[in-house]
Design a binder for this molecule. Structure first.
Ligand code: CA
Length: 757
């Protein structure tokens, strides 16, 4: 069924940041004809109301950090400069605060009136005094553990919005809370998932836009249909909802934009699968233009043949939407990845700034989505100004500046044959926010140059199964563990030549350039790389903050807070904290002292086990908030962790056929989270303790550990299925036990999960 892919395809189809990748420059100064909606003329010129004026004024207060991205342009940049190239040597520990969680921490704090507001597991909020590190209040939403089953990428949260005395946070279960920012007391709540089908989880930060607070959610691989919902800031009353993809044409369209968006879908699309376009991460608000920019995610099923057989752009998947927050109406849109088949979400952070562009000052929006191209748009009109690849891409040769669309290559097609595709499903840039320095004019991108072999999981035609993973495609990293996954995902019925597929992975392992994890300084005006910092930590680039002190702060999973010269990338300072970090730092000022604050904790999609290089492996993964200032002391490290050795597994159960069945059930239902490698917050099921074996069925079918985030699976698995999974796990445990390899982790010894968003 699968043809062996010629290795030469790899060589000729790659586009590695060379001039050969170009071809899109010539038309760069021509305005693109965008297929926009037709906004009423009053929208752009509406008078700036009191609230918007206050936001514009607040934007000038550099002592605070108003949104997760900093000031309202969300540049992840601060004009504070007390900590600078000359003084950074004196940067040290100010305080820390225990988050009491061992799960992934992805939030950039918001800092208002001297209080740091960060978020964590399930949507917990921590309000901490920015000077002393003492708790002001803490909020833990009541979330049913079962909702963890709907999360692709850990039970994380990426932050809050704060405005005029209220704080807004979305819990994992989609309930949006407005809390009193002084006390944490609940003022109102809104269930943003009520009466909508599909498996969804909310992990992004809400945004305040004019008179409303807006929130989206994730679930594009879980049969969700994307939308964002706006609520009145004070009352929580629903103002509007904008669906990012149409529903079945048998029902009326919820709003006018869906009528023409539906023209970009096959009328016989797989509507019941939800079709994604979910807004799982970023939005940004421009109070001057009164536009809310919304980044939408991929569609699912990935393969377009399976979801919209007639093709089409499939609006509005993988797009940037400009919405008038007063009306909920679309003003313009730009689709980064038409008909997205590759999980190339456009949910990555968007930065609003002014650029000197070909002799003209332009108000722009910049985004580096997963698809590998760096986009600059005129943010008033949506006109495309720049789209150069900032990382290796081979799915498209370039973006045609006339049409604004990528020009696909043969490598893009993974449905009729397995195909090796750059960027990988993880994306050339994922949720870790990039930062733009107004001083250097550089954008600092936590980037990833990686490939995967995408293979069709349904070579005989897609079959939609409710409550199942809906990607329909297997993105296999080119590592030995992927060879093993082939057995897990494909049946023994001969419908797929598994040996040929395994050989393809091994062949490409030989030829493919190594994956690189990089902190990349990109010059948006010159459309080229300024410099790179190589990151040793496979796939985990950490996150960044740039400041007017000439500094670039960089959080690392190995526990270091690195500080570089923002012009050259030279390392000026490294603080070893002993706490692994992924989330972006923020900075603020209290009583004349500048602080840098970061929230530590590894996890999230792709990091369900702790690699040996990580601080989590050495010191555990106790989440904590840490602040640093000039003249601070040495950072206290957590106690080192002694991980338990693998216990002797119980006696094998079942026969070879049962084990084989269990392996497939495990691959399809469990392997998204349980990477079964080394140690981590998600247990390695090859190392279960005897008392866990005793209650294995109760855990999987009855939800015995649902409070820990282990959902019940009785909607998709039978008792026999679970017996088979248990038989497979015991068999795999014995293999590891007898090899004596159950003591250390290997960063390459993991699939990394099916999805990293
Ligand atoms: Ca996705």
């Amino acid at each position: 069924m699968f043809e062996k892919v010629a290795a030469s395809v790899l060589i000729v189809s790659l586009c590695f940041l060379t001039s050969a990748c170009g071809g899109g420059d010539e038309g760069a100064d021509q305005s693109q004809e965008l297929s926009t909606s037709t906004p009423s003329s009053s929208e752009a010129s509406a008078p700036i109301d009191r609230r918007r004026a206050a936001m514009i004024e607040a934007d000038r207060n550099a002592e605070a950090w108003f949104t997760t991205g900093g000031q309202f342009g969300e540049k992840h940049y601060s004009t504070l400069d007390q900590i600078n190239k000359e003084t950074v040597g004196a940067l040290g520990f100010a305080w820390d605060y225990d988050l009491f969680t061992r799960r992934g921490i992805e939030s950039t704090p918001v800092i208002v009136d001297g209080v740091v507001y960060g978020t964590g597991t399930w949507g917990a909020v921590y309000a901490v005094d920015g000077k002393s590190g003492e708790e002001v209040w803490r909020f833990q939403p009541e979330v049913e553990g079962q909702v963890a089953k709907d999360a692709c990428c850990d039970i994380v949260n990426r932050g809050v919005a704060v405005w005029e005395g209220l704080l807004y946070v979305a819990a994992l279960d989609g309930v949006l809370y407005a809390l009193d920012k002084e006390t944490g007391e609940e003022i109102w709540r809104a269930d943003t998932f009520a009466s909508e089908p599909g498996r969804k989880t909310s992990t992004g930060a809400p945004r305040v836009a004019g008179n409303v607070v807006v929130i989206g959610f994730g679930g594009a691989e879980m049969d969700a249909r994307g939308y964002v919902t706006a609520y009145d800031l004070e009352t929580g009353e629903r103002a509007w909802r904008f669906y990012t993809v149409p529903g079945s044409p048998e029902k009326p369209y919820e709003h006018e934009e869906l009528a023409w968006a539906a023209d970009t879908w096959d009328p016989d699309s797989l509507w019941k699968a939800g079709l994604g376009g979910t807004v799982w991460d970023n939005m940004v608000y421009d109070p001057v233009l009164n536009l809310l920019y919304v980044g939408t995610g991929n569609s699912a099923v990935y393969a377009q043949d399976f979801r919209s057989p007639a093709g089409g752009d499939n609006l509005f998947v993988s797009s940037i939407l400009a919405i008038n927050p007063d009306t909920g109406r679309l003003v313009w849109h730009y689709q980064t990845t038409p008909g997205d088949q590759w999980d190339y979400t456009a949910t990555q952070n968007m930065i609003l700034t002014e650029l000197e562009w070909k002799g003209e000052r332009r108000d722009v929006l910049m985004q580096a989505p997963k698809n590998g191209f760096f986009y600059i748009l005129d943010r008033a009109t949506g006109e495309l100004l720049s789209a150069e690849n900032f990382a290796p891409v081979n799915w498209a040769s370039h973006v045609d500046m006339e049409t604004g669309k990528p020009v696909l290559t043969d490598a893009a097609d993974f449905v009729s044959k397995p195909s090796v595709i750059w960027p990988s499903t993880r994306g050339a840039h994922n949720w870790r926010p990039m930062s733009y320095s107004e001083d250097t004019g550089l954008v600092y991108i936590p980037a990833y140059e990686a490939v995967d072999l995408k293979v069709n999981l349904f070579p005989s035609g897609y079959e939609y199964v409710p409550h199942h993973w809906t990607a329909g495609v297997l993105p296999l990293p080119l590592i030995e563990a992927a060879v093993d996954a082939v057995d897990g995902f494909y049946p023994e019925d001969g419908s797929v030549d598994k040996d040929a597929l395994k050989q393809t992975i091994r062949d490409y392992k030989e030829f493919a350039p190594p994956n690189r994890t990089i902190l990349r300084a990109w010059n948006p005006v010159k459309e080229e790389i300024a410099w790179d910092i190589e990151i040793d930590e496979f796939g985990n680039s950490g996150s960044v903050l740039s400041t007017a002190g000439g500094l670039l702060f960089h959080t690392k999973p190995d526990g270091n807070l690195n500080v570089y010269d923002d012009e050259t990338g030279a390392l000026l300072k490294a603080i070893d904290t002993g706490s692994g970090m992924m989330a972006a730092p923020a900075t603020y000022m209290i009583d004349g002292e500048q602080y840098v604050v970061v929230m530590a904790g590894l996890g999230g999609g792709g990091f369900f086990s702790y690699p040996p290089y990580s601080a989590a492996y050495k010191y555990g993964n106790g989440g904590r908030m840490m602040a640093f200032k000039l003249g601070g002391g040495e950072t206290p490290k957590p106690d080192p962790v002694e991980w338990p050795v693998q216990p002797e597994p119980p006696a094998r159960i079942g026969d070879a056929a049962m084990i084989e069945k269990g392996k497939r059930r495990f691959a399809w239902n469990c392997s998204v989270c349980h990477v079964n490698s080394g140690v981590g917050a998600i247990p390695n099921l090859k190392r279960m303790q005897p008392y866990i074996h005793d209650v294995f069925g109760e855990i999987v079918l009855e939800g015995l550990l649902v409070g820990n985030g282990m959902p019940r699976f009785d909607d998709v698995l039978t008792h026999d299925d679970v017996e088979a999974i248990h038989a497979y796990l015991i068999d795999a445990a014995w293999t590891e036990y007898e090899a004596g390899s159950g003591s250390a982790t290997n960063p390459e010894d993991e699939i990394g999960g099916l999805s990293q968003h």
